[in-house]
Design a protein around this ligand. Structure first.
Ligand code: SAH
Ligand code: DHB
Ligand code: MG
Length: 221
């Protein structure tokens, strides 16, 4: 099935999504970065979500070469800002080049280091609340990242967690795979946390079978 899914993704990109950022994916490959960016249809979906909610401030955890970052940065507009966290200096360097080449580099602040070390530094700065958080880094820390997202958002903000379905592994309660266990843990946190209401949507496509969780930060009522 994966071949069919990839075929349909190519059709959707040709028809609807466009090829505007294929140069970013080529630059990432040339620099030896792993091809684990969101797919182009998913990237466009992130862009449209950010546009739909009028996001001006976006927090991203896991930059890689900035493919998803560019989609988010386009959506926030000239006055907007994306703060994105990346562990690997080489990934951050490639991302900076890609972002600047895409013409939206000035809207993006890349923070290099382990996000659990650098998020407290951001929090100390008491930034304006973020409208949208996209969590797409080391999966074992997903629950920690949701807790940070709660501190850095406001009622009405959206939190998206990538890769929570993991080829269906998420439904296996006995799995010993740390990423699957972390997926289950973060979904259980989203369910249990009274300040959030959430769902998860399965996806297929060029990246196989996976899915994302989508949560909204609730207000008083
Ligand atoms: N969001 C990107 C893909 C991110 S891939 C896109 O769709 O284009 C995951 C990234 O998270 C990798 O670049 C990896 O280096 C980074 N990462 C892994 N552990 C991290 C950590 N502890 N803190 C911050 N980034 C981390
Ligand atoms: C992997 C990570 C991702 O964020 C993703 O979207 C796909 C794959 C990985 O680590 O393999
Ligand atoms: Mg991902």
């Amino acid at each position: 099935m994966t071949a069919d899914w990839a075929h349909v993704d190519r059709y959707l990109v040709d028809t609807l999504v466009g090829h505007q950022d294929s140069g970013v994916l080529e630059a990432n490959a040339a620099a030896g970065l792993p091809a684990i960016d969101v797919s182009p249809p998913q990237g466009k979906f992130l862009y449209l979500i950010a546009l739909s909610i009028g996001a001006r401030r976006v927090l991203e955890i896991g930059t890689l070469g900035g493919y998803s970052t560019i989609q988010l940065a386009r959506a926030v507009g000239k006055e907007g800002q994306v703060v994105t966290f990346e562990y690997a200096p080489e990934h951050a360097r490639v991302a900076r080049e890609n972002l600047d080449r895409a013409g939206i580099g000035e809207r993006v602040d890349i923070r290099v280091g382990a996000a659990l070390d650098t998020l407290p530094v951001l929090a100390e700065e008491q930034p304006e609340p973020f409208d949208l958080v996209f969590i797409d880094a080391d999966k074992v820390n997903n629950s920690n990242y949701v807790q940070w997202a709660l501190r850095l958002t406001r009622p009405g903000s959206v939190i998206i967690v990538d890769n929570v379905v993991r080829n269906g592994g998420v439904a296996d309660a006995d799995s010993t795979d740390p990423a699957i266990r972390a997926s289950r843990e973060v979904l259980e946190l989203l369910a249990a946390e009274p300040r959030l209401d959430a769902t998860a949507v399965q996806t297929v496509g060029s990246k196989g079978w996976d899915g994302f969780a989508y949560a909204v930060v609730l207000g008083e009522d």
